[in-house]
Ligand binder design. Structure first.
Ligand code: ADP
Ligand code: MG
Length: 697
């Protein structure tokens, strides 16, 4: 036990915002350990909610306890603990206990600290597995808890916390108990009573008491709902106020260009869905309020051309446009497309990537600042401080899910409130979209362009390889092209690159010596990547062996077989994205997924991808299999992580929080000075702190 320097007298009430050091038993050393768990204030401690519970409400009598039964037994020490040391490395403590129905021996191996301060008559709850051997009853290394004197209790539901080294489960429980004891009765409540009543929410201090030490599991759930609501409300109000700050900024109203010349030069007609979203986008750009729009359309739905048309309209109105993409391969591809579609209409283009030479880069930068190019396509390299636009009017980000909110606003900051269009192929249920991209309007590009044949998807085992190779040879003979994606190697692009190299060598030497095989991975020099991709898209390569660098955006309509090795290692949306590289032309396309093992979840994923091509359906399944944190990378999205609420499971609470947030985040001046105003400021302060936290990580 540390010697604590008590900041306040033991009996004094603690406020939620007090530092944890006001709690008895938490001194400097302990508080720095707690800080690792994000616990700095009493409130933080109380909101460090259990990850699960041990249900000890059903305590058993020693008399009834069966051999092998895991149970809770309430008993008192009948003697001092006895120590033996049968071997130098083995320390054994035995404690005889009794509960009036029988006697039991509690045994601890090498846990000398466990028996400290145990004396005859002390009462405990022991939680563990009972052994009956030769008339004796024993429990070894049980979890246990000392019962305070004079308090009758048959047992409890005990919290189990996420821990950090140096802080034990029992210590944390004791700290929380102490904090609850010291908490002023109606402390911490920020929600007005009528709001709580509207949504049947528990009071705050009752909720924090209940979530740590519930009478039963069900009441813990009700308490959790209350605290989850707080968290969702904080997010919603934070996002809404941010949005308010944005939308009050005016944008430039750009006259709408008919774009007839571009339309005429296209080898296809825009679909009705494309026309609709383009209309929404150009409509926004025609207003004096800056556009803030998410274009959500499944892989292959044709977002690029919509983006180009919006860009051309802005350019014709006299502004510059910027298109930001997550990979250099994609930047090069968009550049090629823009060269063939836009350059002939007099649009001046330039491309900015990370791997550029200094001289080349500074050349581009100076032209940019002078207002040179009309459309700049680039990667993160667009974000650095030295990139200055003179008349930036439209910012487009492609594959938005790969970027964070902050990156998005960094680029917007380079113009005087340019219009903003963000595009993503990761379909998100609408409620979640509002949550994650709460500050955006949403356009949905439904359906694929006409004439596409559904991609045939097969999950196959190794034994099928010869047949698949023969199939590849046949289609290549007919002029088609093939992707082969190498197994995903967690955490190591390097290893994945090596496996891609080995694979392309093997194919070239012993399987397809007569075919033209290219190799593409993240470790290659940018110029080499570009060269390979250009050859593949021109049809000068038959097979492209690649790593997941081709996962997003790559568009080569003549490629119509996608082979994925060890497909069980990939996530659902990743497989969907990979499959989306084919089926982009009129030819029948095939996606072949080699399964090299994997458990039940992997099998479910592969079955799901085989069964449907609807990105929305797959996204929902993915959510169920993996949870929203992983699917949408909430961290990466630039929003604080939910610690209590579950973005997928708590849709009702989210709806309730949104209804309240609408009012709280509104510009209603009458609110000033009221409880609602206090609540709003409290939420905004917490939101800002959390945003700061993620900015530093
Ligand atoms: P994504 O939405 O995945 O970014 P792309 O913009 O890359 O999709 O488009 C996929 C393919 O569909 C491209 O080859 C593109 O030229 C083609 N395409 C786009 N719109 C149409 C259309 N209206 N009719 C036919 N093909 C189209
Ligand atoms: Mg795309």
């Amino acid at each position: 036990m540390e010697t604590a320097q008590y900041a306040t007298a033991e009996t004094e009430r603690a406020a939620p915002d007090d530092p944890v050091t006001v709690i008895r038993g938490i001194a400097a050393r302990r508080s720095s350990l707690l800080a690792k768990l994000g616990i700095r204030t009493v409130r933080d401690l109380l909101l460090h909610i259990p990850v699960r519970y041990e249900d000890r409400t059903q305590s058993s009598r020693i008399l009834d306890a069966q051999d092998g039964e895991t149970c809770t037994i309430e008993a008192a020490a009948s003697a001092e603990p006895a120590h033996t040391r049968p071997r130098r490395t083995l320390s054994v403590w035995r404690l005889a206990v009794s509960d009036g129905t029988g006697h039991m021996n509690v045994i601890w191996f090498n846990q000398d600290y466990a028996v400290r301060n145990i004396h005859p008559g002390d009462r405990f709850l022991f939680f563990g597995t009972v052994r009956r051997t030769g008339g004796r009853i024993e429990m070894t290394n049980p979890a246990f808890e000392r019962l305070p004197d004079g308090v009758e209790k048959a047992g409890q539901v005990l919290p189990v916390y996420g821990l950090t080294e140096g802080v034990s489960q029992n210590q944390l429980r004791a700290h929380v108990r102490e904090a609850l004891k010291r908490l002023a009765e109606d402390a911490g409540e920020m929600l007005p009573a009528d709001m709580r009543n509207r949504h049947a929410l528990m009071g705050w201090s009752e909720a924090v008491g209940t979530i740590h030490f519930p009478a039963c599991i069900e009441s813990a759930r009700v308490a959790r709902d209350r605290l989850a609501f707080d968290e969702l409300l904080e997010l919603q109000v934070g996002i809404r106020v941010q949005r308010g700050a944005n939308s009050r900024k005016t944008g430039v109203a750009m006259p709408r260009d008919p774009l007839d010349d571009l339309r005429k030069s296209l080898p296809f007609q825009l679909t009705a869905a494309q026309e609709k979203v383009l209309d929404e986008i150009l409509g926004d750009m025609g207003r004096t309020v800056a556009m803030n729009r998410l274009l959500q359309g499944d892989v292959g739905s044709g977002k690029t051309i919509v983006a180009f048309m919006a860009a051309l309209s802005a350019i014709r109105a006299g502004y510059q446009a910027a298109l930001m993409v997550p990979t250099e391969i994609l930047a090069d591809q968009h550049m090629r497309a823009a060269q063939s579609l836009l350059a002939c209409l007099g649009v001046r283009l330039s491309c900015l990537k990370g791997g550029m030479r200094k001289k080349e880069r500074s050349g581009i930068l100076s032209v940019l600042a002078e207002g040179g190019p009309d459309l700049v396509i680039g990667t993160h390299a667009l974000l650095t401080g030295d990139v200055i636009f003179s008349r930036l009017g439209l910012v487009i980000t492609d594959e938005q899910h790969r970027f964070g909110v902050r990156q998005r606003s960094l680029l917007s900051g380079k113009g005087t409130m340019p219009h903003l269009l963000v595009m993503t192929a990761t379909p998100i249920p609408r409620t979640l979209a509002l949550m994650l991209y709460g500050d955006l309007d949403i356009s949905a590009l439904n359906g694929l362009p006409p004439g596409r044949k559904p991609i045939r998807t097969y999950v196959v085992e190794e034994g099928m390889r010869p047949r698949i190779e023969a199939f590849v040879r046949k289609l290549v003979g007919e002029g088609r092209q093939v992707y082969i994606v190498c197994p995903l190697v967690e955490e190591s692009e390097e290893l994945q690159a090596e496996s891609a190299e080995a694979m392309s060598e093997r194919l070239q030497e012993s399987v397809f010596p007569d075919l033209r095989i290219g190799l593409l991975h993240g470790r290659m020099k940018p110029a080499d990547k570009d060269a390979v991709m250009t050859r593949f898209s021109k049809g000068e390569l038959d097979i492209l062996v690649a790593t997941t660098v081709i996962e997003v955006g790559v568009n080569v309509p003549n490629a119509c077989i996608m082979i994925v090795e060890n497909a069980e290692r990939f996530g659902l949306s990743q497989l969907h994205q990979l499959r989306g590289r084919v089926g982009r032309g009129a030819e029948q396309s095939h996606c072949i997924l080699f399964r090299g093992g994997g458990g039940k979840i992997a099998a479910e994923r592969l079955a799901a991808i085989e069964a449907t091509q609807d990105g929305f359906v797959l996204a929902e399944q993915d959510l169920k299999l993996r949870g929203p944190g992983e699917v949408f990378g909430t961290r990466q999205s630039g929003l604080p992580e939910c610690r209590i609420a579950d973005l997928y499971g708590d849709l009702d609470l989210m709806q309730a929080a949104r209804d309240e947030a609408v009012l709280l985040a509104g510009p209603d001046a009458q609110m000033r000075g009221t409880d609602l105003w206090k609540l709003r400021n409290f939420l905004l302060k917490r939101f800002a702190e959390r945003i700061k936290d993620i900015a530093m990580n």
